[in-house]
Ligand binder design. Sequence first.
Ligand code: A2P
Length: 337
Amino acid sequence: MKVAVVGATGMVGRVMLKVLEERNFPVTELLPVASARSVGKEIDFKGKKYKVVSMEDAIAAAPELALFSAGGGTSKKYAPEFAAVGTTVVDNSSAWRMDPDKKLVVPEINKDVLGPDDKIIANPNCSTIQMVVALGPLHSKYNIMRLVISTYQSVSGTGKDAVNQMSQERSALPGEEVDMVYNYPIDMNCIPHCDIFLDNGYTKEEMKLVHETRKILGDDNIGITATAVRVPVIGGHSEAVNISFEKDFDIEEVKQLLSDAPGCVVQDDLANNVYPMPRYAHQKDEVFVGRIRRDESAANSLNLWIVSDNLRKGAATNAVQIAEHLVEAGLLKMVTA
Ligand code: A2P
Protein backbone atom coordinates (compact mmCIF):
# COMPACT_ATOMS: atom_id res chain seq x y z
CA MET A 1 0.00 0.00 0.00
CA LYS A 2 1.12 3.53 -0.77
CA VAL A 3 1.50 5.44 2.51
CA ALA A 4 2.31 9.13 3.05
CA VAL A 5 3.77 10.32 6.36
CA VAL A 6 3.26 14.07 6.58
CA GLY A 7 5.72 15.64 9.02
CA ALA A 8 8.15 12.74 8.45
CA THR A 9 11.13 14.74 9.74
CA GLY A 10 9.41 15.77 12.99
CA MET A 11 9.37 14.16 16.45
CA VAL A 12 6.15 12.23 15.94
CA GLY A 13 6.66 11.62 12.22
CA ARG A 14 9.95 9.85 12.83
CA VAL A 15 8.34 7.61 15.43
CA MET A 16 5.46 6.92 13.01
CA LEU A 17 8.02 5.61 10.50
CA LYS A 18 9.65 3.49 13.18
CA VAL A 19 6.32 2.04 14.36
CA LEU A 20 5.18 1.29 10.77
CA GLU A 21 8.46 -0.55 10.28
CA GLU A 22 8.39 -2.43 13.60
CA ARG A 23 4.80 -3.57 13.19
CA ASN A 24 5.43 -4.55 9.60
CA PHE A 25 2.60 -2.42 8.29
CA PRO A 26 2.09 -3.35 4.61
CA VAL A 27 3.86 -0.32 3.07
CA THR A 28 4.94 -0.91 -0.52
CA GLU A 29 5.69 2.72 -1.30
CA LEU A 30 6.48 5.41 1.24
CA LEU A 31 5.91 9.11 0.59
CA PRO A 32 7.66 11.10 3.33
CA VAL A 33 6.38 14.70 3.34
CA ALA A 34 7.82 17.69 5.22
CA SER A 35 8.10 21.43 4.74
CA ALA A 36 9.61 22.88 1.55
CA ARG A 37 13.02 23.21 3.20
CA SER A 38 13.25 19.43 3.73
CA VAL A 39 12.18 18.33 0.24
CA GLY A 40 14.90 16.13 -1.28
CA LYS A 41 16.35 15.07 2.09
CA GLU A 42 16.67 11.30 2.52
CA ILE A 43 14.75 9.20 5.05
CA ASP A 44 15.57 5.56 5.88
CA PHE A 45 12.69 3.14 5.97
CA LYS A 46 12.97 -0.66 6.04
CA GLY A 47 16.55 -0.52 4.79
CA LYS A 48 15.67 1.69 1.80
CA LYS A 49 16.24 5.40 1.30
CA TYR A 50 13.26 7.58 0.39
CA LYS A 51 13.42 11.22 -0.67
CA VAL A 52 11.19 13.73 1.13
CA VAL A 53 8.55 14.92 -1.33
CA SER A 54 6.36 18.02 -1.40
CA MET A 55 2.77 17.97 -0.24
CA GLU A 56 1.59 18.53 -3.82
CA ASP A 57 3.54 15.53 -5.15
CA ALA A 58 2.21 13.32 -2.34
CA ILE A 59 -1.40 14.33 -3.09
CA ALA A 60 -0.83 13.70 -6.80
CA ALA A 61 0.33 10.15 -5.94
CA ALA A 62 -3.08 9.51 -4.22
CA PRO A 63 -1.83 7.16 -1.48
CA GLU A 64 -4.27 4.81 0.26
CA LEU A 65 -3.25 6.18 3.65
CA ALA A 66 -1.71 9.40 5.00
CA LEU A 67 -0.52 9.74 8.59
CA PHE A 68 -0.32 13.44 9.48
CA SER A 69 1.75 15.06 12.22
CA ALA A 70 2.78 18.48 10.91
CA GLY A 71 0.68 20.87 12.98
CA GLY A 72 -2.97 21.91 12.93
CA GLY A 73 -2.71 24.49 10.14
CA THR A 74 -1.13 21.96 7.76
CA SER A 75 -3.83 19.38 8.56
CA LYS A 76 -6.68 21.83 8.13
CA LYS A 77 -5.40 22.82 4.71
CA TYR A 78 -4.15 19.53 3.25
CA ALA A 79 -6.08 16.65 4.89
CA PRO A 80 -9.20 17.48 2.78
CA GLU A 81 -7.04 17.54 -0.36
CA PHE A 82 -5.81 14.00 0.38
CA ALA A 83 -9.36 12.90 1.22
CA ALA A 84 -10.53 14.30 -2.13
CA VAL A 85 -8.21 11.90 -4.01
CA GLY A 86 -9.48 8.93 -1.96
CA THR A 87 -6.75 8.86 0.72
CA THR A 88 -7.76 8.04 4.28
CA VAL A 89 -6.04 10.48 6.64
CA VAL A 90 -5.20 9.72 10.26
CA ASP A 91 -4.39 13.12 11.71
CA ASN A 92 -2.41 13.67 14.88
CA SER A 93 -3.11 17.40 15.19
CA SER A 94 -5.99 18.99 17.05
CA ALA A 95 -7.49 20.34 13.80
CA TRP A 96 -10.34 17.83 13.46
CA ARG A 97 -10.71 16.25 16.88
CA MET A 98 -13.79 18.12 18.01
CA ASP A 99 -15.44 18.34 14.58
CA PRO A 100 -18.78 16.56 15.10
CA ASP A 101 -18.40 14.84 11.71
CA LYS A 102 -14.95 13.41 12.48
CA LYS A 103 -14.24 10.36 14.61
CA LEU A 104 -11.76 10.61 17.48
CA VAL A 105 -10.34 7.16 18.05
CA VAL A 106 -8.39 5.15 20.59
CA PRO A 107 -8.68 1.64 19.14
CA GLU A 108 -8.81 -0.16 22.52
CA ILE A 109 -11.85 1.93 23.45
CA ASN A 110 -13.90 2.94 20.39
CA LYS A 111 -12.57 1.59 17.11
CA ASP A 112 -16.04 0.37 16.18
CA VAL A 113 -17.20 3.95 15.52
CA LEU A 114 -15.22 3.89 12.23
CA GLY A 115 -16.92 3.26 8.90
CA PRO A 116 -16.05 3.44 5.18
CA ASP A 117 -17.01 7.13 4.92
CA ASP A 118 -14.46 8.26 7.50
CA LYS A 119 -11.74 9.75 5.29
CA ILE A 120 -10.26 12.06 7.95
CA ILE A 121 -9.85 10.39 11.33
CA ALA A 122 -8.54 12.25 14.35
CA ASN A 123 -5.86 10.87 16.66
CA PRO A 124 -6.46 12.27 20.16
CA ASN A 125 -4.12 14.35 22.28
CA CYS A 126 -1.32 12.36 23.93
CA SER A 127 -2.52 13.02 27.50
CA THR A 128 -6.05 11.96 26.60
CA ILE A 129 -5.04 8.73 24.86
CA GLN A 130 -3.11 7.27 27.79
CA MET A 131 -5.80 8.26 30.26
CA VAL A 132 -8.76 6.76 28.38
CA VAL A 133 -6.95 3.44 27.81
CA ALA A 134 -7.06 3.03 31.61
CA LEU A 135 -10.42 4.69 32.21
CA GLY A 136 -12.49 2.96 29.50
CA PRO A 137 -13.05 -0.35 31.32
CA LEU A 138 -13.60 1.42 34.67
CA HIS A 139 -16.21 3.70 33.12
CA SER A 140 -18.09 0.71 31.67
CA LYS A 141 -18.18 -0.98 35.08
CA TYR A 142 -18.66 1.84 37.61
CA ASN A 143 -19.73 4.91 35.56
CA ILE A 144 -17.36 7.86 35.97
CA MET A 145 -19.02 11.00 37.34
CA ARG A 146 -15.99 13.28 37.74
CA LEU A 147 -12.26 13.43 36.95
CA VAL A 148 -9.61 15.69 38.50
CA ILE A 149 -6.42 15.44 36.44
CA SER A 150 -2.89 16.76 36.97
CA THR A 151 -0.39 16.11 34.18
CA TYR A 152 3.39 16.02 34.18
CA GLN A 153 4.18 16.33 30.48
CA SER A 154 7.52 15.84 28.77
CA VAL A 155 9.11 18.32 26.37
CA SER A 156 9.00 15.97 23.36
CA GLY A 157 5.23 16.60 23.36
CA THR A 158 5.97 20.17 22.23
CA GLY A 159 8.21 19.06 19.34
CA LYS A 160 11.84 18.87 18.36
CA ASP A 161 12.59 22.55 19.04
CA ALA A 162 11.54 22.11 22.67
CA VAL A 163 13.81 19.09 23.11
CA ASN A 164 16.59 21.27 21.66
CA GLN A 165 15.83 24.03 24.17
CA MET A 166 16.21 21.65 27.11
CA SER A 167 19.40 20.03 25.83
CA GLN A 168 20.93 23.44 25.06
CA GLU A 169 20.04 24.62 28.59
CA ARG A 170 21.76 21.54 29.99
CA SER A 171 24.96 22.04 28.01
CA ALA A 172 25.09 25.86 27.74
CA LEU A 173 28.02 27.66 29.31
CA PRO A 174 27.09 30.55 31.63
CA GLY A 175 25.81 33.49 29.58
CA GLU A 176 25.48 31.39 26.39
CA GLU A 177 22.22 31.94 24.47
CA VAL A 178 19.63 29.20 24.18
CA ASP A 179 16.99 28.91 21.42
CA MET A 180 13.85 29.33 23.51
CA VAL A 181 10.50 27.70 22.68
CA TYR A 182 8.96 28.11 26.11
CA ASN A 183 8.65 31.47 27.90
CA TYR A 184 10.96 30.21 30.65
CA PRO A 185 13.80 27.75 31.11
CA ILE A 186 12.37 24.23 31.34
CA ASP A 187 15.36 22.46 32.89
CA MET A 188 15.15 22.38 36.70
CA ASN A 189 11.67 23.88 36.35
CA CYS A 190 7.96 23.03 35.99
CA ILE A 191 5.85 25.24 33.71
CA PRO A 192 2.07 25.19 34.34
CA HIS A 193 1.40 26.27 30.78
CA CYS A 194 0.91 23.67 28.02
CA ASP A 195 -0.40 25.12 24.76
CA ILE A 196 -2.13 28.54 24.77
CA PHE A 197 -4.33 30.13 27.43
CA LEU A 198 -8.07 30.38 26.71
CA ASP A 199 -10.62 32.92 27.92
CA ASN A 200 -11.73 30.66 30.81
CA GLY A 201 -8.23 30.70 32.37
CA TYR A 202 -7.49 27.12 31.36
CA THR A 203 -4.94 26.12 28.71
CA LYS A 204 -5.97 24.55 25.44
CA GLU A 205 -4.22 21.34 26.56
CA GLU A 206 -6.35 21.22 29.71
CA MET A 207 -9.54 21.73 27.73
CA LYS A 208 -8.49 19.02 25.25
CA LEU A 209 -8.53 16.59 28.18
CA VAL A 210 -12.07 17.73 29.02
CA HIS A 211 -13.61 17.61 25.55
CA GLU A 212 -11.71 14.71 24.01
CA THR A 213 -12.25 12.39 26.98
CA ARG A 214 -16.00 12.98 26.83
CA LYS A 215 -16.07 12.38 23.08
CA ILE A 216 -14.07 9.11 23.21
CA LEU A 217 -15.96 7.69 26.19
CA GLY A 218 -19.21 8.85 24.55
CA ASP A 219 -20.45 10.57 27.69
CA ASP A 220 -20.91 14.35 27.88
CA ASN A 221 -22.01 14.16 31.52
CA ILE A 222 -18.57 13.44 32.98
CA GLY A 223 -17.34 16.43 35.02
CA ILE A 224 -13.66 16.99 34.17
CA THR A 225 -11.09 19.49 35.40
CA ALA A 226 -7.36 19.48 34.62
CA THR A 227 -4.05 21.20 35.31
CA ALA A 228 -1.40 20.47 32.69
CA VAL A 229 2.25 21.03 33.57
CA ARG A 230 5.40 20.79 31.46
CA VAL A 231 8.25 19.08 33.33
CA PRO A 232 11.94 18.61 32.44
CA VAL A 233 11.54 15.06 31.13
CA ILE A 234 12.48 14.36 27.50
CA GLY A 235 9.90 11.67 26.82
CA GLY A 236 6.90 10.14 28.62
CA HIS A 237 3.88 11.85 30.11
CA SER A 238 2.64 11.13 33.64
CA GLU A 239 -0.79 11.87 35.09
CA ALA A 240 -2.31 11.84 38.56
CA VAL A 241 -6.00 11.13 38.06
CA ASN A 242 -8.69 11.30 40.74
CA ILE A 243 -11.87 9.53 39.69
CA SER A 244 -15.34 9.66 41.28
CA PHE A 245 -17.68 6.87 40.23
CA GLU A 246 -21.43 6.54 40.46
CA LYS A 247 -21.06 2.97 41.80
CA ASP A 248 -18.72 1.80 44.53
CA PHE A 249 -15.88 -0.57 43.66
CA ASP A 250 -13.69 -3.24 45.12
CA ILE A 251 -10.03 -2.19 44.85
CA GLU A 252 -8.87 -5.69 43.89
CA GLU A 253 -11.50 -5.78 41.16
CA VAL A 254 -10.24 -2.39 39.88
CA LYS A 255 -6.69 -3.80 39.70
CA GLN A 256 -7.98 -6.85 37.85
CA LEU A 257 -9.95 -4.72 35.36
CA LEU A 258 -6.86 -2.62 34.67
CA SER A 259 -4.67 -5.74 34.31
CA ASP A 260 -7.16 -7.17 31.81
CA ALA A 261 -7.59 -3.89 29.90
CA PRO A 262 -6.11 -4.05 26.37
CA GLY A 263 -2.95 -1.95 26.11
CA CYS A 264 -2.73 -1.46 29.89
CA VAL A 265 -0.03 -2.78 32.23
CA VAL A 266 -0.38 -2.58 36.02
CA GLN A 267 2.83 -1.71 37.88
CA ASP A 268 1.77 -1.51 41.50
CA ASP A 269 3.88 -3.28 44.11
CA LEU A 270 4.55 -0.88 46.95
CA ALA A 271 6.67 -3.32 48.97
CA ASN A 272 9.14 -3.41 46.09
CA ASN A 273 8.82 0.27 45.08
CA VAL A 274 7.15 -0.66 41.81
CA TYR A 275 5.18 2.12 40.11
CA PRO A 276 5.19 3.59 36.59
CA MET A 277 7.78 6.21 35.63
CA PRO A 278 8.38 7.96 32.30
CA ARG A 279 12.00 6.88 32.14
CA TYR A 280 10.91 3.24 32.00
CA ALA A 281 7.87 3.78 29.76
CA HIS A 282 10.21 5.14 27.09
CA GLN A 283 10.04 3.28 23.75
CA LYS A 284 7.13 1.14 24.94
CA ASP A 285 3.62 1.03 23.51
CA GLU A 286 1.70 0.22 26.67
CA VAL A 287 -0.01 2.50 29.17
CA PHE A 288 1.38 1.85 32.67
CA VAL A 289 -0.87 2.27 35.72
CA GLY A 290 0.08 2.22 39.38
CA ARG A 291 -0.46 3.82 42.80
CA ILE A 292 -3.97 2.38 42.56
CA ARG A 293 -5.70 3.40 45.77
CA ARG A 294 -9.02 4.47 47.20
CA ASP A 295 -9.48 8.21 47.76
CA GLU A 296 -10.35 8.12 51.42
CA SER A 297 -11.74 11.67 51.39
CA ALA A 298 -14.70 11.07 49.08
CA ALA A 299 -17.30 8.38 48.30
CA ASN A 300 -16.67 5.89 45.45
CA SER A 301 -13.41 7.62 44.52
CA LEU A 302 -10.09 6.33 43.28
CA ASN A 303 -6.58 7.66 42.60
CA LEU A 304 -4.41 6.44 39.72
CA TRP A 305 -0.95 7.30 38.39
CA ILE A 306 -0.83 6.78 34.62
CA VAL A 307 2.34 6.91 32.49
CA SER A 308 3.01 6.32 28.80
CA ASP A 309 5.44 7.22 26.04
CA ASN A 310 3.75 10.29 24.51
CA LEU A 311 5.39 9.87 21.11
CA ARG A 312 4.38 6.20 20.85
CA LYS A 313 0.98 5.31 22.36
CA GLY A 314 0.31 9.03 22.82
CA ALA A 315 0.75 9.68 19.10
CA ALA A 316 2.47 7.40 16.56
CA THR A 317 1.44 3.96 17.81
CA ASN A 318 -2.18 4.99 18.29
CA ALA A 319 -2.26 6.37 14.71
CA VAL A 320 -0.74 3.17 13.30
CA GLN A 321 -3.18 1.04 15.35
CA ILE A 322 -6.04 3.02 13.78
CA ALA A 323 -4.53 2.30 10.35
CA GLU A 324 -4.20 -1.41 11.21
CA HIS A 325 -7.85 -1.49 12.18
CA LEU A 326 -8.78 0.19 8.86
CA VAL A 327 -6.89 -2.56 7.01
CA GLU A 328 -8.39 -5.38 9.11
CA ALA A 329 -11.92 -4.00 8.78
CA GLY A 330 -11.53 -3.45 5.00
CA LEU A 331 -12.05 0.30 5.32
CA LEU A 332 -9.20 1.53 3.11
CA LYS A 333 -9.49 2.37 -0.58
CA MET A 334 -7.35 -0.56 -1.77
CA VAL A 335 -9.36 -3.06 0.24
CA THR A 336 -12.81 -1.77 -0.63
CA ALA A 337 -12.03 -1.04 -4.32
P1 A2P B 1 10.43 20.27 8.59
O1 A2P B 1 11.34 19.32 9.31
O2 A2P B 1 10.78 20.42 7.14
O3 A2P B 1 10.24 21.59 9.30
P2 A2P B 1 7.89 18.84 15.15
O4 A2P B 1 6.47 18.72 15.62
O5 A2P B 1 8.79 17.82 15.74
O6 A2P B 1 8.42 20.24 15.29
O7 A2P B 1 7.86 18.52 13.55
C1 A2P B 1 6.97 19.14 12.66
C2 A2P B 1 6.95 18.38 11.33
O8 A2P B 1 6.01 19.01 10.44
C3 A2P B 1 8.27 18.40 10.59
O9 A2P B 1 8.42 17.20 9.85
C4 A2P B 1 8.10 19.60 9.65
O10 A2P B 1 8.96 19.56 8.53
C5 A2P B 1 6.66 19.37 9.24
N1 A2P B 1 6.04 20.58 8.68
C6 A2P B 1 5.95 21.80 9.24
N2 A2P B 1 5.28 22.65 8.43
C7 A2P B 1 4.95 21.96 7.32
C8 A2P B 1 4.27 22.27 6.09
N3 A2P B 1 3.77 23.48 5.87
N4 A2P B 1 4.13 21.28 5.19
C9 A2P B 1 4.62 20.04 5.41
N5 A2P B 1 5.27 19.69 6.53
C10 A2P B 1 5.45 20.62 7.47
